[in-house]
Design a protein around this ligand. Structure first.
Ligand code: DA2
Length: 246
């Protein structure tokens, strides 16, 4: 934090924000929409009926994985641009210094498109899919399990339970996702750094050889600190919206 502040001032902490904000509504709609509909198809019960007849954890897991798989493809180009902008550490507008490689998200998307073609925008999408498919299954199973532990049978979980269960579901999913998240980000940066990896496995092996196994958990603490409030609010919004509109 101190280094980022010194080098790039407060603005450094907000680098690459506009695209995630623009994409989060779309990505979460796809995730929660696919999850709800997959659960509906698997259990033939509506959201309201599910409190009296809770779905099995296997169904929750399959529906979560389906949502995770589909959301990964919507997320891929936005995530790539975020990673590229966050890794661009030139200080802003120093007189005389060369301009940064990417002037913003649109310029970043256009440059990747020009240099690498449309497939360039999906660099790392495979790793993202591998990261999100099982971890979103874990995410929804953790949420359901925690809600059921703290809610009497047949009742709707309280807002406090939803917040805590959502927060811990976020942390659990990030614990499971961090190893692949590290690899995904390295593969997304590879196009820029002219560092060619022979694929996912090669990236994993060479990262572990050079930096040790700890590399697979880099960023986990800060990710977990972020995941708790973000996912607490996400699930509270989801439950409230379904109750009022469902
Ligand atoms: C890859 N993983 C762990 C997840 N996608 N987990 C679900 C949480 C999603 C939420 N938008 C977040 O960014 O925390």
């Amino acid at each position: 934090m101190v280094k980022t502040y010194r080098h790039e001032s407060l603005l450094g902490f907000f680098k690459g924000m506009s695209f995630p904000i623009a994409s989060i509504a779309v990505v979460n709609s796809v995730l929660f929409g696919v999850y709800s509909n997959a659960l509906l198809a698997l259990t033939a019960t509506s959201h309201q009926e599910r409190r009296a007849q809770p779905p099995s954890y296997t169904h929750v897991f399959i529906a979560g994985c389906t949502g995770g798989f589909l959301q990964a493809y919507c997320l891929a180009p936005f995530d790539l641009i975020k990673v590229r902008l966050q890794n661009q550490t030139e200080p802003r507008a120093k007189p005389g210094s060369p301009p940064p490689r990417y002037r913003g998200p649109v310029h970043c998307a256009a440059s990747i498109f020009q240099a690498e073609g449309p497939r360039g925008l999906f660099r790392g999408a495979w790793a993202l899919t591998l990261r999100d498919t099982p971890t979103l299954g874990i995410y929804f199973v953790t949420y359901e399990w925690l809600c059921r532990q703290f809610t009497p049978d047949g009742q709707t979980p309280s807002s406090g339970t939803v917040l805590v269960a959502g927060g811990f579901a976020g942390i659990t999913s990030w614990v499971a996702a961090t190893p692949l998240d590290v690899i995904k980000s390295r593969m997304q940066m590879a196009g820029l750094k002219q560092r060619a990896y022979g694929g996912l496995l090669d990236c994993m092996v060479s990262s572990a050889r050079q930096e040790g196994l700890g590399v697979f958990f880099r960023g986990l603490t800060i990710n977990s600190a972020r995941a708790f409030p973000v996912n607490a609010v996400t699930f509270l919004s989801y439950e409230h919206l379904l109750l009022s509109w469902g």
